[in-house]
Write a protein that binds this ligand. Sequence first.
Ligand SMILES: C[S@@+](CC[C@H](N)C(=O)[O-])C[C@H]1O[C@@H](n2cnc3c(N)ncnc32)[C@H](O)[C@@H]1O
Length: 297
Amino acid sequence: MAEQPRICDYEGSDYRTRFWEGQGRNYEDTVERQVLHRMLPNQGHRLLEIGAGFGRLTQEYKMFDQVVLLDYSFSQLQYAREQLGDDGYVYVAADAYHMPFKPATFDCATMIRVLHHFEDVPSVLASIRRLMGDSGTFILEYANKRNLKSILRYAVGLQKWNPNTLEPVEFVELNYDFHPSYILRELHSVGFSTREYVPVSWFRIGAVKSLIPDGILASMDGLMQKTKWVVTPSVFTRNVAGGSQEDNLQIDLHDIFACPLTGGPLRREGNLFINQDGIAWEKRDGIYDFKQLVKGN
Ligand SMILES: C[S@@+](CC[C@H](N)C(=O)[O-])C[C@H]1O[C@@H](n2cnc3c(N)ncnc32)[C@H](O)[C@@H]1O
């Protein structure tokens, strides 16, 4: 079997309290919500939030009838479910390289602050494209290697890697920054056409954030985004799925699943989902758990 890409495992992580709550990132959070809101369609049927984490941004997707939160971490999803409940939301623990859904099941997908953990970008983008109906919207945020700080650091010799080259840079284990042209090329090669890109988080500098109130910084960010100058640490892109894949949007929400290993059908028996080889996964604590096998090998 081919070697599987490594996964950055957030199981049991304190990401929410260590990184967001009370950690001085209201400005980044506000700006991300604003850009997301501008890029999302006004209404939709079924949205897939890939790497949803603890559900920080999930409330932004209220214009969709159904929202599927997918994350590799069961514990992050448990917290999200405690906050959001089950009405309109479905929780799926799974690996984004092997998502357990039928093709063309979603009219929208988002992936925010997640791609930087992927060592095999072409593979995860191809998995996402397969799940999108024709003309579906995919909003992708990525960490930009060609940002002002890295350009300056490289220029004065404080950083070895070159921000202008296309290949991803792994600056910490399983944390990657990407060149904008690399991301556009990879999106295009799996069948997405990029309609819009927005450089965000212009003022992600401690001293600036402590001096200027979050709301003002967010407004200033909005102005800078209009320059389209892609030198920020974070970039949002809005992409449309091309091709002629008939969509599966009308299928019942509880019928959207397919085998994460083969893409083949799954038989449902109570809380169990069983593939043609007898391998099974289960729904437990209100979360569809496609991370852990309960039967098979
Ligand atoms: C930095 S957090 C971002 C969470 C959320 N999108 C946000 O912006 O608050 C990254 C998330 O990606 C998830 N993740 C990383 N690798 C994954 C994979 N292979 N499949 C599914 N989720 C993954 C982690 O479990 C984690 O919850």
